[in-house]
Design a protein around this ligand. Structure first.
Ligand SMILES: [Zn+2]
Length: 123
């Protein structure tokens, strides 16, 4: 038997509070000096999220798969994952997917999962 999923931290609403969670994680991850926007996207086929980063302007635009609205926890992980791309971006190679890119992706996902695990455990 599986436990029912926990409610989204600090919220009794059914809608994932995307903008509030962005502000929350932006603070936790020390990214408050970045201009970050986030929106749902109905058209992300393979990825749960995407992040378009313009390092020189400290700007980032994050798109999360609208299917994640149904799972607040998965939405939180995807949001944290995309935000973590910002501090890790310097380690990326040029164009194309390399071993470094794959390892970087896995590392980011591990940190995102761990952070959300701690966050949801303490509420
Ligand atoms: Zn990623």
């Amino acid at each position: 038997m599986t436990k029912p999923p926990k409610a989204c931290p600090g919220s009794a609403t059914k809608v994932f509070p995307l903008q509030r969670r962005l502000r929350y994680w932006q603070k936790i991850l020390r990214l408050k000096d970045w201009t970050i926007t986030v929106e749902w996207s109905p058209s992300l086929v393979e990825d749960e999220g995407q992040n378009e980063i313009v390092e020189e302007n400290r700007e980032s635009t994050i798109y999360l798969d609208s299917a994640l609205k149904k799972s607040h926890r998965r939405a939180d992980v995807a949001l944290v994952h995309e935000l973590l791309h910002i501090p890790f971006e310097f380690a990326r190679d040029g164009d194309g997917v390399s071993v470094t890119d794959v390892l970087l992706e896995q590392g980011i996902q591990q940190v995102a999962l761990g952070m959300v695990e701690i966050e949801w455990r303490t509420k």
